[in-house]
Design a protein around this ligand. Structure first.
Ligand code: XMP
Length: 503
């Protein structure tokens, strides 16, 4: 394992990603992590960049133990005890890096890499002189110390970002560090993860323990549920709460997929009336989310000791990472476990078997668990469901319209073979009444908003570029087949500034 200590750079998680893509397991923890409290022994440590100048008051500092690890030479060193000057030359963007050849050889960090490469720089401060015991292994036009190395220990300092795709050969460089220098094996595979996860769950739950989970039919909860079933069989219980805000026929379909195809113990609780009644008159998006979060209480089901949740790594990172005060953009209720009253109030222990995985790794785990491709590739669907796809008050009529329109849109996307090229797509209802003419009469109807985006991490996104005739076909079907709609618009907003959901 390579431990990545995060100082708050927006790129930190990419270091972990790149290493995992090399089949080297890597975990990211906040920079203030005490090494003595680690549950594993890393073969190497990488300190990320960060927005703080090391001189700044309140700047985070790493556990000093990192620098006096006995016998541990595999260490990348953030140049913060050395002589740093606040950059008069801030450097952002491309630079040409030249590996320095010493006695006819470049440093082993650059093994097999061309001596000159384009790298991505993003820094304000820079090193003014070499720290004791170090020498330069690569330079750029702007920096005599673009990469430095310790003379006798395996400690490196890099001024550029090897983890971003703009850096040529960045992955090769990380591989040289992790595999060549730290001695990590490239043996981390999904099959191995699956075996370890099953063993870990059995160990945590014990011989008799029972586990409950709320499932939605989405990729994460489906994969997590199948994993639990694999580990403890019929001692795993899944509950699907029909909150009345699921898509057309979704509840029935999920029931079929989970209980028939995957053999999971599934109970469906129909709470649609309760939810829709409770949502009456609520227009504020945050209030909608809060009501839905509070009304979901799967622990009503009975005597259970563990509660399983399909939390993913990005959610974990978000809550652990050193970011300073960051504003809540929206409350995502499925992050961070159930409310206290439902967990320890009932003596429930949380179990999160996917918490070290990224989304695409979860899909891969799903394949390793032999879950069919269509389920593994499902677009994400927000916990509050259609409620956040109806602007303003949620009413049964608008839910029905959103459902019908969404069904048409998604079926057409599938038919056109575009589903897997799109990261997320849906139809929403704007309740403003637009005017139209239908059969020579003036009509007022709702506006259906179509949204489809591509994204890798859901933090930024672009609208999908549909062929014009595709959009026309969908529009035609929606205005003809969905009663109460007289206009269809396609939302071309990118994120930022727009979010993926409308509210
Ligand atoms: P936004 O709209 O913030 O969405 O760009 C990013 C991703 O998060 C999903 N999303 C939610 N998921 N509860 C959820 O479980 C929520 O309240 C929620 N709001 C947004 C959204 O569907 C997209 O995948």
């Amino acid at each position: 394992t390579i431990l990545v200590l995060d100082f708050g750079s927006q790129y930190t998680h990419l270091i972990t990603r790149r290493l995992r893509e090399l089949n080297v397991f890597s975990e990211m923890l906040p920079c203030t992590q005490k090494l003595s409290e680690l549950k594993f022994t890393p073969k190497g440590i990488i300190l990320s960049g960060g927005p703080y100048s090391v001189y700044e008051e309140g700047a985070p500092h790493v556990d000093p133990a990192v620098f006096d690890l006995n016998g541990m030479q595999e260490l990348a060193y953030r140049i913060d005890s050395a002589n740093v000057i606040a950059g008069t030359h801030r450097e952002y963007g491309h630079a040409t890096l030249r590996a320095r050849s010493i006695g006819g050889h470049v440093d082993r960090l650059f093994d097999g890499i061309e001596e000159s490469m384009r790298v991505w720089m993003s820094h304000g401060d820079k090193l003014a002189k070499l720290p004791e015991g170090f020498h330069t292994v690569a330079t750029s036009d702007n920096s005599e110390y673009a990469a430095i190395a310790h003379g006798s220990k395996a400690i490196y300092g890099l001024q550029f970002h090897p983890e971003v795709t703009h850096t040529q050969n960045g992955t090769a460089l990380l591989k040289n560090f992790a595999v060549g220098i730290c001695g990590c094996k490239q043996d981390w595979t999904m099959q191995k993860f699956l075996e370890e996860a099953v063993a870990q769950i059995r160990h945590t739950v014990g011989e008799k323990g029972q586990v409950l989970a709320a499932v939605s039919g989405g990729v994460d909860s489906t994969v997590a549920a199948k994993l639990m079933k694999e580990a403890i069989g019929s001692r795993f219980w899944a509950v699907l709460v029909n909150n009345g805000l699921m898509r057309l026929n979704e509840c029935e379909q999920v029931q079929k997929d989970l209980s028939e195809a995957l053999g999971i113990n599934l109970t469906v609780v129909d709470a649609s009336k309760e939810f829709l009644d409770g949502l009456k008159g609520i227009e504020d998006p945050e209030k909608k989310r809060k009501f839905i979060a509070a009304a979901h209480d799967p622990t009503k089901a009975g005597k259970i000791e563990f509660f399983m949740q399909g939390t993913l790594y990005p959610d974990v990172i978000e809550s652990l990472s050193f970011k300073g005060p960051s504003a809540t953009i929206k409350t995502h209720h499925n992050v961070g476990g159930l409310p206290e009253r439902m967990m320890n109030g009932q003596g429930l222990k949380l179990i999160e078997p996917l918490r070290s995985l990224y989304k695409d790794e979860v899909r891969e785990l799903g394949r390793a668990l032999e879950i069919r491709e269509e389920l593994v590739m499902r677009h994400p669907f927000p916990g509050p469901g259609i409620a956040v796809r109806i602007l303003g008050e949620v009413t049964p009529e608008k839910v029905e319209i959103a459902r019908q329109a969404d069904h048409i849109f998604i079926s057409e996307i599938r038919k056109a073979g575009l589903y897997n090229q799109i990261s997320q797509a849906y139809a929403a209802v704007d309740p403003s009444r637009a005017v139209g003419v239908m059969g020579d009469k003036r009509v007022y109807g709702y506006i259906v908003v179509l949204r489809a985006v591509t994204t890798t991490d859901f933090m930024t996104a672009e609208a999908f570029n549909f062929p014009w005739d595709f959009l026309q076909r969908v529009m035609n079907r929606i205005v003809n087949e969905v009663h109460g709609v007289c206009r269809v618009v396609y939302d071309v907003t990118s994120k930022p500034p727009g979010t993926i959901e409308l509210e």
